[in-house]
Ligand binder design. Sequence first.
Ligand code: UD1
Length: 363
Amino acid sequence: MLDRAMVIYLVCAARPNFMKVAPLYHALGANDRVRPVIVHTGQHYDVNMSDAFFRDLGLPEPDIHLGVGSGTHAEQTGKVMMAFEPICLLERPDWVVVVGDVNSTMACTLVASKLGVRVAHVEAGLRSFDRTMPEEINRLVTDALADLLLTPSSDADENLRREGIPGHKIRLVGNIMIDTLVAHLDRAHQSTLPAQLSLEENGFAYVTLHRPSNVDDRGTLERIMLELTRLARRLPVVFPVHPRTRKMLTEYGIPVDGKPDLKLIDPVGYHDSICLTERARFVLTDSGGLQEESTFLGTPCLTLRPNTERPITIELGTNKLTSVDQLGDDIQEVLDGRRGPGRIPPLWDGHTAGRILAALLEA
Ligand code: UD1
């Protein structure tokens, strides 16, 4: 049976990809008509940005590791393409499944499409309509080329239709990250990190910031750190610092020590992050995943960006966009309890991987 099984490459590259690939790997692995193969491009390589997630999410070592590492956008994209092409040529998988919007997502899509290998994009159709974001370029290119567009919410379907993607290529399957969240919630509850940091339930803010637009500009980063210092006088702040952000804080010589209630720590694992999200008074972030996870968990979220490719987290969920100028007022609104509760969007139900498997088998 196995030699006739469909070979499905699951491409992962960077931290937010691993929780999208994990439920797919488990669902595909349980079906004898398919054989999942994990391809890690190596875009993220630190233990706490990659290996820790494989461990937390019960993923095996990648079957194929391309080891590309960091670089400029062109370097990183080019290195992934050059490393992925011979792999694809050797085995000619039946499908290449790519997730999210990182450089590796676009690079592997370009390679597979040109070789005539079918591509399925999980989390298709999201648009920030902001082409200064590298991820928006990656989304547009990936969705233009993919053969099967698996969307998390109906706004994504509308975006794709507006771009002229034929309806038969689009499948609304729901939010794959929520599969992982549902499967791991019990283990997240066992995290000891809040206790280690002396954080009380609803008594702290959980901050993650790593977008180039927030951290690569000295003036912006200085102002953000000033706001966080102000906030920490009222409420403890826990801020696991992404390697990009750490690098920029160091480069600009922005002081980060000596404030006990502004807790700058190393990046945390998946269970710790979910636990912090659930127990925080609010989340302040520029991450796509945290906007969704906080909506699912009902925790107010402030997104420090002028736009989001996940508008459903604002329309239905707990999310609100903010800016450095507006941040003080928006924080006050949360602390005063003036933010209403959100709702969980349709099909964010923990069963998206099964729907994706069905769509792949059918297509
Ligand atoms: C990438 C994705 C972004 C995603 C983010 C999640 C793109 C264009 N960006 O951004 O969409 O939200 O991942 O984290 O694909 N570094 C390390 N260790 C690592 C990885 C990176 O130290 O394991 C440092 C390097 O100095 C590197 C920098 O972080 O130059 C940025 O890494 P990169 O992969 O280029 O982009 P991210 O900012 O992580």
